[in-house]
Ligand binder design. Sequence first.
Ligand code: PEP
Length: 263
Amino acid sequence: MRKKMVAGNWKMNLSLEEAMTLSGELIEKLDHHRRDGSPGKENKLPDVVLFPPFIYLTRIREFFPDTKGVAVGAQNCHHEESGAYTGEVSAPMLSSAGATHVLIGHSERRAQFGEDDQLLARKASRALKNGLTTLFCCGEKLPERESEQHFDVVEKQLQSGVFWMKEEQLSHAVIAYKPVWAIGTGKTASPAQAQEMHLFIRRLVEKTYGKAAAGNIRILYGGSCNANNAGELFAQADVDGGLIGGASLKPRDFFQIILAAAS
Ligand code: PEP
């Protein structure tokens, strides 16, 4: 049985003070939920991961000690272990700063920083070598969906970005389907569209790694997921939670999304 995951991608938003306030409000809501719940209720919450900007990682990590059930990850990492890469942050640095997860292949990095499939595979490999759970993002642009190439696009992204992994590595990976036309646009994939693509992805995993791996891998949906639509999206058989952008900056909304993934 796959445990759902809800991840918040803060992108390049929030001052440190705002980030701490948001984290504090989130802790309060989670604690309150645990306190007033029936025994065992805590176990029903999904895994929660926050992706703050690099510079806040250690502070946010300290805010959420292990018992709080919230992990912290980075929005990116460099593909090399260390060296003369001014301004970059490596996977070992992330691990040493308390990050346990990393996003690889977000469409904003593909589009704005020219990150291609080959580079993303190198980043994912580096992240896994350093013990970071890797959330690999894939998804088509609007013209690709309109011309019905969306399955081909996603398959190609996964072939080069994920399907080189050994099965053991895959067990430390999460796939996030994030149709580019739905990111930050307020246009969400319908639950049926999300389910169709998630099932397609799971079948690709099955073809490459077999039934058990396909049954175990978590496939998150991302793209204008919010407190109103999360319940219906997460109710789809192959949607294992969400990677949330805008709504993760609002503690009330993000908490509602976490609850929508509770079972
Ligand atoms: C994201 O970019 O990670 C994302 C899903 O953004 P939004 O939820 O704002 O569409």
